[in-house]
Design a protein around this ligand. Structure first.
Ligand code: DGI
Ligand code: FE
Ligand code: FE
Ligand code: FE
Length: 187
């Protein structure tokens, strides 16, 4: 889809602040795609739509998770996780994007998964390091992202998992599996 059309569609769904984040993710994802040999157009489209469902109500998201047979374990974990798989579903249904690579990059942009594709990794990382992000440790991940995609992912997962641990929040198993699979892959 044409970039301006895609941006106009997503702008209707999210706040101005989230829209600025989306632009940052788009620009970062294109840079990473160039660097790591990923389809730039797919990276652009996945980035633009990655947070499409961010402002849907919990009720609507829960309904979709149940009726579309998404992993039910999502429902006992943090609701922050829901907008990713629900977003992949709604982007296909409402926007008409059918490319499975793009949809899976949206689906796994929050939790990650084992054996992520390069496009999934690019979107996951772009979401974490786009210029509007100011987490502790993000600058280290930005530097690593220029030289080692997997190592940058490991660092971002480590930061996210320890952030959740410090807040005594649950950690979704797929996030741990993602971390483990990257550590294993690096050996
Ligand atoms: O939607 P964004 O804010 O751009 O970013 P995101 O889709 O990566 O959502 C990250 C949020 O999800 C972050 O505030 C942490 C929260 N979260 C809660 N439980 C988990 C989790 N993130 C991961 N990766 N794993 C969890 O178990
Ligand atoms: Fe998100
Ligand atoms: Fe993320
Ligand atoms: Fe995001």
């Amino acid at each position: 889809m044409n970039r301006d059309k895609a941006l106009a569609i997503v702008k209707e769904q999210i706040t101005e602040h989230r829209y600025q984040h989306t632009i940052g993710v788009m620009e970062t994802a294109i840079q990473l795609a160039k660097l790591y040999g990923v389809d730039e157009k797919k990276a652009e489209t996945a980035a633009i739509f990655h947070d499409y469902a961010k402002f849907r109500s919990k009720d609507e998201m829960e309904q979709i998770i149940r009726t579309e047979n998404m992993p039910e374990d999502l429902l006992v974990h943090n609701a922050e996780l829901w907008h990713a798989p629900v977003g992949a579903y709604l982007v296909e249904k409402e926007v008409g994007i059918t490319d499975p690579d793009i949809l899976s990059a949206i689906r796994y942009h929050t939790s990650g998964r084992t054996d992520m594709t390069l496009l999934e990794k690019v979107i996951y990382l772009a979401d974490y390091i786009e210029p509007g992000r100011h987490f502790p440790g993000v600058d280290e991940v930005r530097e690593t992202a220029k030289v080692d995609l997997d190592q940058a992912l490991v660092q971002s997962l480590r930061n996210t998992i320890s952030f959740l641990l410090k807040k005594s929040q649950m950690v979704y198993p797929d996030t741990i599996y993602t971390y483990n699979s990257l550590i294993l892959g690096g050996k």
